[in-house]
Design a protein around this ligand. Sequence first.
Ligand code: SF4
Ligand code: SF4
Ligand code: SF4
Ligand code: FES
Length: 566
Amino acid sequence: MEVIINGKRVETKEGEKILTVAERNGFYIPVLCFHSDLCAMASCRICVVAVNGKFVPSCSTEVRNGMEITTNSPALEKARKINLELLFSQHQEECDDCIWNLNCKMLDLAKEYGVEINRFWDRKSHYPVYHFGASLEYDSSKCIDCRNCIEICKKQGVEFLEIKGRGHLFEVVPSEKENRDCIYCGQCINHCPAGAFEAVGEFEGIEKPFAEKEKKVIFQVAPAVRSTIGEEFGLPYGSVSTGKLVSSLRELGVDKVFDVPVGADFTTIEESKELLERIEKNNLPMFTSCCPAWVKFVEFYYPEFIPNLTSVRSPHIILGGLIKEHFAKKEGFIKEELMVVSLMPCVAKKHEIEREELMIDGVRPVDYVMTTREVGRLLKKSGVDFGNIKEGEMDNPFGESSGSGVAYGTSGGVMQSAFYNISEKEAEFREVEEGVSVAEVEVKRKKIRLAVVHGLGNAKKVLEQLKKDPEKYHYIEVMACSGGCIGGGGQSVPTDEKIRKERKGGLCKATGEKKIRKAKDNQEVIAVYDDFLSSEEAISKICHTRYYKVGKSFVRKSEQKEKNGD
Ligand code: SF4
Ligand code: SF4
Ligand code: SF4
Ligand code: FES
């Protein structure tokens, strides 16, 4: 097939969209609502082009043989400018506090088309802010009605966001249905071009961990953050910045910087033990549980599968417990003197640290969770020269993990680590459907089918398959976000498939550079088992937990004037 773009003949295939063909052939078309993770919603109409004189959105219009397409003309410029003005008329600008901040497509387009962003009164300026648990806030006064959040929430198998009203009364609202609840994956944050969703605490509560001067501040850094934090400072996607991050945190006044992959080594050891026990007792399938959005998904939507979740705590919760219960004693502190802050790619972790059953003798293992974006913002605000800072090293005793521990940051890493810990070689996976990869291995002379799943919509399909055939898979890893934590809701924006691939490449490099491959070979971890985790009681207290069937959580709604302190 052939089409003519701006007078030039180009080859194309049936079913392709005009935007794809134009971009592939070097023609620029501005876009705003289009996101490659989603079906085109075609709502902003910034990407309009002329086809045989008629204006159509290029992101959703399929090519036809012989089509004549014009991507730019004074009339198209005028149409785009009007569309942009209409979008700004319903978007309340709060650029300083926005997750897009210096990276905003709306502002870039406003400059490109000479749009005066305050020309019209923001008609949604009185719309409320919704608070979803301890993890997210949704400010509906910023919404430009693109529907991306609804689409991604649906793709996650959750359908918590809904449309209320039509035309100028269109509104995105959280569902009031009893059988719908947010599971805090944060994917609506990454997919909203207008910055209407944010993690709780983002920017406003940013200095909290440093306010209590008398406390020793300990940061622990999640695996996936090392290959994304550089993006906050303009480094190329996939740059591994572990050393720069450690030095930057020290410059802020952090007392110790530990590595969550060390916590992951404990998770791996405990999870592989549980897997062997379950295989022996034929108590399968077993599900991983280190993704709190997945855990909440099971607890709320599929409680019949709660017994299948491994009882092992997630890596930062185990490490937080070890810091407060073991490290504190060894260093002569009382645990209340320590403040443990987890630096995470994730907003669901903000909900996780509030789970009561994770408390140890009435004390939380982790006091705060800060996202990659949040820490990026804090470092910028504090004037840290991230790009030029000398690389530092993590502190001991929780600074050196196995390669398996670092692999937790990407889809497949958790299961591969647990399996590799009890076998000679790694399992070989093949993708069988979107977001689902499988492998067959032998453990204790039994054939075990492994499945790695990313994206909760894909996990939902697997759970439905298991309802029909409980033997289909025996051990299943699920990560709520596409690609695993490298695509988490707390990561830098933008995020798309290409970017996740680069981040994964960086993380694989960091994994490969580790001297120890398997969790069970980590001498620091072995020393803690000998010294502190020497009884079943101690292991259970620090490393294991329980799960419950949960009801719909309460969504708080606040008015704009409340937000602005009026
Ligand atoms: S909240 Fe954001 S993603 Fe959702 S419809 Fe509005 S602008 Fe689009
Ligand atoms: S956090 Fe996830 S589940 Fe909650 S509204 Fe956003 S996309 Fe939906
Ligand atoms: S995949 Fe990772 S970032 Fe996403 S919700 Fe789960 S733990 Fe959080
Ligand atoms: S980018 Fe095509 S309609 Fe928004």
